[in-house]
Design a protein around this ligand. Structure first.
Ligand SMILES: N[C@@H](CCC(=O)N[C@@H](CS)C(=O)NCC(=O)O)C(=O)O
Length: 268
């Protein structure tokens, strides 16, 4: 019996939902709501002391960390494998998973909060409520303090966008070297599953311009993945910030520079 505690819109949760659907595994969806701070309640912190989603529960035992969870799932349900067959290719895939955890995963949070509506619930709090909410977070207090009540400083956004360009560059190299259509070549692997929700989020926020002309292979790769049935299952309505905050004018095909003039100036 597999249960997944997750948020509809969370990129780390989507990574695991994509793996589950691609592998055709039966699982129970335990949806938490971030704005209600379900993930910071005592019962959940016993499952995941980091106070973040996702958490997989396998026959009553929690498994945490999305990159660990997807590798665990691939080990215990081998029929549809998302891991390359040779040791060297597996090493290349795992190195990419480590890069995804270190570089684009944190980077995507900055534009998501600043431009994607996630800052809103914090703006609606009093100073005391905000301080309390920050103090509750086992790992993420500093991130929220830095955001504060006015948003991230410009240098944080610039660094985050540069990290996304770097990520697209790494993906382009893999697509070229391994011949596509997936990052590791002909086989869809955990490398694709890990990074897809991050690139999808950036597209949804209107940042596809960061890779479209520089790395067109990445745009083709994303469109191919989005066309897969498992992708549509993982991305049920409400999974994108454009669904959750329709008044912001987000969505695939939009351009963040039109909404945020400071981005247009930086891109020149
Ligand atoms: N390294 C963790 C990161 C998990 C993470 O940051 N999850 C976010 C959603 S994508 C979260 O739960 N945020 C809650 C918060 O910011 O309070 C993983 O990969 O599972």
């Amino acid at each position: 019996m597999l249960e997944l505690y997750n948020f509809a819109q969370s990129t780390c949760s989507l990574k695991v939902r994509l793996a589950l659907h691609e592998k055709g595994i039966d699982w129970v969806d335990r949806v938490l709501v971030s704005k209600n701070q379900d993930h910071l309640s005592d019962w959940y912190l016993k499952l995941n002391p980091n106070g973040v989603v996702p958490t997989l529960i396998h026959n009553g035992t929690p498994v945490i960390e999305s990159s660990v969870i997807v590798q665990y799932l691939d080990e215990i349900f081998p029929p549809v494998s998302l891991t390359p067959p040779t040791p060297l290719a597996r090493a290349e895939m795992r190195a990419f998973l480590a890069f995804v955890d270190a570089v684009p995963t944190p980077a995507v949070r900055y534009p998501s909060f600043q431009y994607g509506g996630l800052i809103r619930k914090f703006l609606a709090m009093t100073d005391a409520e905000f301080a309390e909410s920050v103090a509750l977070r086992p790992l993420k207090g500093e991130f929220y303090k830095r955001m504060g009540r006015t948003g991230f400083p410009r240098e944080d956004i610039d660094r985050a966008l540069a990290d996304i360009v770097k990520t697209a560059g790494r993906m382009d190299l893999l697509l070229e070297k391994n011949g596509g259509p997936f990052l590791m070549g002909e086989q869809l692997t955990l490398a694709d599953v890990a990074v897809a929700p991050l690139i999808d989020r950036m597209e949804d926020l209107g940042f596809a311009y960061l890779w479209e002309s520089r790395y067109p292979r990445v745009a083709t790769w994303l469109a191919d993945l989005q066309a897969r049935p498992a992708y549509g299952q993982a991305y049920y309505p409400g999974s994108r910030l454009s669904d959750q905050f329709p008044d912001l004018g987000l969505g695939c095909g939009t351009d963040a520079r039109e909404r945020q003039p400071e981005l247009a100036a930086a891109a020149e």
